[in-house]
Design a protein around this ligand. Structure first.
Ligand code: SAM
Length: 383
């Protein structure tokens, strides 16, 4: 346990004092078109306050946006405050690959079994036909790495297990989206995807994505959803994606304006039937309290963050996430009016594995360590 102490922290653990309010500016009516002004023209504080007043949808906390704005300039510094996220990124790809190996979304929304997937993988390179949405992408550490796996030539097979055809990355923090776009332009391949629209950064919220029409999103489809258990079917007009990712975000939503269950349900509604919602977060347990709050916030040289930087109470335990996901799928099955029966969970899969940092070796998946702190989780929607 001591060996993982300082590194098994959430980004929040490395929080620097907030120095500014949000600089986000976007309209609630946007239709999934980039709303971010060029990097050079950062909105004024007055504009950001305008955004905050107008923004009513929202799972977004003003304090969180202000905090993450203050980290934007150092986001891509591998030794900076976002170091933990940089180090964790390879594990995200590993975990996504494990999800796809277990059940691969299919473009015709028919479920693929692990057996059929394994057979396809063994006989031919899988197509790069999966559309991704990264919610709370921050400065783009994961989104950019995923975009790098999109083939330049669509007729080419996917170069990695991600099978990515497109990536839409969204974040409510304007400064981070600006930094993300600026960094993405440095890589010719990624820049090319930005230009073609296969890779998009949008300064927007999940709520606004769900309020938009799917036709404006080339990488997504709307579906008419019905389940065997549901007596009604609901027509979905908002964008849906094969893979929706939510890395280190759920513990940052505003508990005063939304609930975890409702936020998770919204995330799931952005997932095509047969697709995956994949995330990572931190357990709210006694060991994680010790590791992430008490020890990590101890005076130097033991601690690595200033005292008071954790919000342990906002951490989420795996069984809670599992339960909220089930509840969300049942509500989605009947349009959210009532609560469908357990048949709505047919085809649902749940995956969860702890992740710890071993000095000198980096982050490792450690099954059974979910209670210690960081963990990956995934929910597959039934078809
Ligand atoms: C710890 S960072 C993680 C960034 C990125 N997912 C990564 O792991 O590299 C949390 C991100 O969540 C975003 N965020 C906060 N509240 C959010 C909300 N309600 N909906 C979507 N994103 C949110 C923040 O702006 C910030 O970029």
């Amino acid at each position: 346990m001591p060996t993982i102490r300082p590194q098994s922290l959430p980004l929040r653990a490395l929080r620097a004092p907030s120095t500014s309010r949000s600089q986000s500016q976007f309209s609630r009516q946007i239709k999934l078109t980039p709303s971010v002004s060029p990097v050079a023209s950062i909105p004024s504080k007055a504009q950001s306050h305008q955004f905050l007043r107008n923004h009513t949808t929202s799972s977004v906390s003003q304090d969180e946006v202000s905090h993450f704005s203050s980290l934007a300039s150092s986001w891509w510094d591998p030794m900076g405050p976002s170091r933990i996220l940089h180090l964790m990124n390879p594990l995200r790809h590993e975990f996504i690959a494990s999800c796809l190996a277990e059940s691969s979304p299919s473009t015709d929304t028919q479920a693929s079994t692990s057996t059929s997937t394994a057979t396809a993988t063994a006989t031919a390179s899988p197509p790069a036909n999966l559309h991704y949405l990264d919610i709370g992408c921050g400065g783009g550490i994961f989104a950019e790495s995923l975009a790098r796996t999109i083939p330049l030539d669509p007729s080419n097979p996917a170069p990695t297990p991600t099978r990515a055809a497109s990536m839409t990355a969204i974040d409510p923090t304007t400064d981070l989206i600006q930094i993300a776009k600026k960094h993405a332009r440095l890589d010719p391949t990624v820049d090319s995807h930005l230009r073609s629209g296969k890779f998009r950064y949008l300064n927007t919220t999940l709520e606004d994505v769900l309020a938009s029409e799917s036709e404006s999103n080339p990488g997504s489809t709307s579906t008419s959803t019905s389940t065997s258990s549901s007596t009604s079917s609901s027509s979905v007009t908002h964008p849906q994606f094969d893979i929706v990712t939510l890395f280190e975000v759920i513990e940052h939503i505003d508990p005063k304006t939304t609930t975890y269950q409702s936020f998770l349900e919204k995330c799931l509604s952005a997932v095509k039937p047969g697709g995956w919602l994949i995330g990572s977060t931190i357990s709210r347990t006694f060991p994680s309290f010790l590791l992430n709050q008490v020890i990590a916030e101890a005076p130097w040289p033991i601690g690595v963050v200033p005292r008071g930087t954790h919000e342990w109470s906002k951490f989420v335990n795996p069984p809670e996430l599992h339960g909220w996901a089930q509840e969300g799928l049942m509500r989605l099955a009947d349009g959210g009016v009532t609560r469908a029966g357990s048949g709505a969970l047919d085809g649902m899969l749940w995956k969860c594995v702890g992740a710890v940092y071993v000095p000198g070796f980096g982050w490792k998946m450690v099954p059974g360590s979910e209670d210690w702190g960081n963990y990956f989780w995934a929910v597959r929607r039934g078809v």
